[in-house]
Write a protein that binds this ligand. Sequence first.
Ligand code: PGA
Length: 250
Amino acid sequence: MRRKLVAGNWKMHGNRASNAALLEALKASRALDAVDVALCAPYPYLGQLQDSLAGSGIAWGAQNLSQHAQGAYTGEVAGSMLADFGCRYVIVGHSERRALYGDTDAVVAEKFIAAQKAGLTPILCLGETLAEREANLTLEVVSRQIGAVLHVTGMAALARAVIAYEPVWAIGTGRTASSAQAQEVHGELRKQLADHDKRIAAEVRILYGGSVKRDNAAELFSMADVDGGLIGGASLVAEDFLAIVAAAAR
Ligand code: PGA
């Protein structure tokens, strides 16, 4: 039985004061016991999350990392630095990184490896654009994206990772994939992974992300292969995020 994971992706939002209010509200909740909960914050706030969340049962992480371990890479942040701030997770290959910052399939695979080398659990994001969906290329695209990582890591690495299916057209748009659309892709991904290793495929968590809100979360999370969510906008409002966590706990 896969335990559900609800991970917040704050993206480039927040400040010390708003973070503190959000963290206090989340820590006061009881819904947290039945599911795994994590928050992925901008780099400068990881120390604040560590101070606030240590011992709370809520894990934290970052939204990106360098593919390099250290060196002359001005402005970059290494996985070991994230681990130094107690991070458990790091998002890798988010569609915004792929579209805006040149994170190709090959770079995403390198970042995935760098994360695991630092002892972090990568949350590997996959997803098709609207044009790709309309051209019936969804499964081809997500297979290519996951294949690029598997090709270099091998299947065993997936036992220490989380996958997030995030259709690009659903991110921040208010347009969610239907639960059937999500299940179709999640089920297909798991089937493909099972061709490599049945046990790992059955155990790896596949989150759905893209306009998950308090009123659609329960339906999405009820699908057989949807093991929780990666939550953007709704993770910035304590009540909304907690309602989504509660939906995963049902
Ligand atoms: P959203 O973002 O929930 O605001 O659509 C999800 C994500 O990009 O991870």
